[in-house]
Design a protein around this ligand. Structure first.
Ligand code: MG
Length: 427
């Protein structure tokens, strides 16, 4: 959180809320990096910051000592995402607009100034970026009206997790259909024959017209991915997601060539815009699944949206994590209104859990994210949730730690009898 000494338009304390996403161990590393980065913002004038978000971003990524720890990847970049997401939330609250609208209302010149285009000039110059944005200027007001009427289409992975029984999967697919969700995604990659069976059942349940997607979560090497996806091709998946290492640009290209017409989706582990540049220039990705807690906030997201528009790659953001849905809806809405100018062939992931922890959670209806009118980035968590889950001293965490301490004391004594165990480490 970035606290200020001011108030918002409603007289409430003006504060920016930022989120990145971790899944357990390592929280402390990211939290400490976040603390160290955020310190440099103390004393910053909020109005000046909101008017120069590009410059604010650059002040972090040109710090050579912190660059050494990345650059622009790993723990420091996740931390920068948290800090800049808070800065964007604060900027949106300061100007009284949701951030998608704050950005969509900018002139092409202002929006390009926000985008972090460093290292992209070989495929996208500032002038080319301006040209792309100017091309979609006409019709912006009409697209905002369309968005307010229909929202932005989404899909969910809720039915397709590994380990669900057939009965549960079929029930969840039917429930999603009732909610207007037309696409179904299954996790695959553990057991080929089991995947064949589940994909067959899913395809029979959804019929020939709805889309099926499959997600391997990086489990295969390139040849295995090709063989596995070819075996599942009879069920006509729209895409295979993360078929191999998220850094393997050329491997993705080989898979894409070998499994067509199945398309390749990737990007939730793409750590910065330069990776996206390579994926797109190499023709290695059909769908761009950028992540709002991994890229360092909207400065990089706008750059990736511009790259995607330049290469004609549809952006379908990743949202499988707490708070990600709340943020990526802004990226998709901005893309439609002011960057790509279309919703055609695009949809944003939606995961229907843990929204109750947010003050202004996403609203999904008719298979679409509904427009948010609240100022900021929808990242503020409820005070009660923060109290309970705060790292490292929230009530829930202390309870878990106590339980682990009790269980750990029993298991240590039986293990250590058989062979020596490393007792401690020293720097
Ligand atoms: Mg995924």
């Amino acid at each position: 959180m970035l606290d200020t000494d001011g108030t918002d338009g409603r007289g409430r304390a003006l504060r920016g809320h930022g989120i990145t996403f971790t899944i357990g161990r390592g929280n402390d590393l990211v939290a400490e990096a976040t603390r160290q980065l955020a310190r440099s913002l103390v004393g910053t004038d909020v109005g000046a910051m909101a008017a120069d978000m590009g410059g604010t971003y650059m002040s972090f990524t040109t710090d050579s000592q912190m660059r050494w720890l990345g650059p622009e990847k790993g723990v420091v970049h996740l931390a920068l995402s948290a800090v800049m997401n808070a800065a964007w939330d604060l900027a949106g609250r300061h100007v009284g607009k949701p951030v998608w609208r704050m950005l969509a209302d900018m002139t092409p010149e202002e929006l390009v100034d926000v985008a972090e285009l460093r290292y992209l000039a070989d495929v996208l110059t500032r002038d080319e970026a301006l040209e792309l944005l100017r091309r979609v200027q006409p019709g912006k007001a009409g697209r905002i009206a369309e968005l307010e009427a229909d929202g932005y289409p989404c899909y969910t992975t809720a039915a397709g997790w590994l380990g669900f029984s057939d009965k549960k999967m079929v029930r969840l697919i039917h429930e999603q259909e009732l909610l207007g969700l037309t696409h179904v995604k299954l996790e695959v990659g553990t057991d080929l024959e089991e995947d064949v069976r589940r994909c067959r059942l899913a395809r029979e349940t959804i019929g020939p017209d709805r889309a099926l997607m499959i997600d391997a979560n990086q489990v295969w090497d390139v040849p295995t991915a090709i063989g596995w996806v070819r075996r599942l091709a009879e069920f006509e998946p729209l895409w295979i997601e993360e078929p191999t290492s998220p850094d393997d640009v050329l491997g993705h290209r080989k898979i894409r060539d070998a499994v067509a017409p199945v398309k390749v989706a990737s990007g939730e582990h793409c750590h910065n815009r330069v990776m996206f540049k390579q994926f797109m220039e190499a023709g290695a990705m059909d769908f761009c699944q950028l992540d709002a807690g991994r890229l360092a906030s909207l400065n990089e997201i706008v750059a990736v949206l511009l790259l995607a528009a330049r290469f004609g790659v549809p952006v379908c953001p990743h949202a499988g994590g707490v708070g990600l849905c709340e943020m990526v809806q802004h990226a998709s809405m901005l893309d439609f209104v002011a960057v790509s100018g279309t919703r055609e062939g695009r949809l944003t992931e939606y995961v229907d859990h843990l929204h109750e922890h947010f003050v202004e959670p996403v609203r999904v209806a008719g298979g679409a994210y509904q427009v948010t009118g609240e100022p900021g980035y929808n990242t503020e968590m409820r005070a009660g949730s923060i109290e309970r889950y705060r790292f490292p001293d929230g009530g829930y965490r202390l309870l878990v730690a106590q339980r682990r301490a009790v269980m750990g004391a029993g298991s240590m004594s039986s293990n250590s009898w058989f062979s020596p165990a490393i007792a401690q480490t020293n720097e």
